[in-house]
Design a protein around this ligand. Sequence first.
Ligand code: XIL
Length: 314
Amino acid sequence: TQTLHQLAAAKGKYFGSATDNGELSDTAYTAVLGGGEFGQTTPGNSMKWDATEPTRGTFSFTRGDAIVTFAQSHNMTVRGHTLVWHSQLPSWVGSLPAAEVQPAMVNHITQVATHFKGKVFAWDVVNEPFNEDGTFRATPFYNAMGSSYVATALRAARAADPDAKLYVNDYNTDGLGAKSDAMYNLVKQLKADGVPIDGVGFQAHLAIQYGFPSQMQQNLQRFADLGVDVAITELDVRMVLPRDATKDATQATYYSNVVKACVAVTRCVGVTIWDYTDKYSWVPSVFSGQGAALPWDENLQKKPTAYNAIVAAL
Ligand code: XIL
């Protein structure tokens, strides 16, 4: 039998899982993470601004480097995540005078992308730029520079690492709607302006109680038709606990639908689940009463419903 990554690779794509530093000391966990199911990984936290530049001008790459080292020794590629984001942003950035935000952002991008040059194949350069209604989120970057911060960030990333694929990434843009229209219009404008953008990431943090995103395949395709790659970057499918067979079955159809949408779109380069086991899922800590979002349970056992649905979709 073939692994998830082998099945994806046969279609010219990768199948990956996020991970984090604390988990790398769990040998039962790393046996699966590095055991062939996944050809790609994304550091869940360790390349974010608060991890890499907690104090202005003082950079720390130790934790990011540890993920890269694990990946390299297990034949996994790495997506860099993330350079510019309003969350997990040290408070010193938000306290800067407006005129200093752009130089601080450009320096952060330059230092981090230069350090990881040759070690990551892609960067989520800008993460979560939009509100649900499609307006720009009022972040320290937007507040200081307006929407041009996105182009400035992409240009800085390209200058630092010309070989990395540069992405803008967001959630609730997986299907058609106001927020994905906003992302579409942004990418179209960036392309028209000659700004270096190579891809759009769709986080795909889904919840069975909210329904499946509208026309996901068509949505991915319209971005691809703008001349960018697309990727499913943080897939998980949560439910209101407790699990039961009905919820598991619905979850499996969601996993299947997402993977099928990527497979159907030539420019969809791969799928990353936001860690592979419920043991290390971010969901229960953020969405009270919800969980069981990943294809492996908290005992590192495959859930036949979700796992087999992914296999069948690849
Ligand atoms: C999450 C991590 O998984 C958690 O460990 C952390 O506490 C908060 O961030 N969108 C993103 C990711 O782009 O970086 C987030 O990751 C999940 C939502």
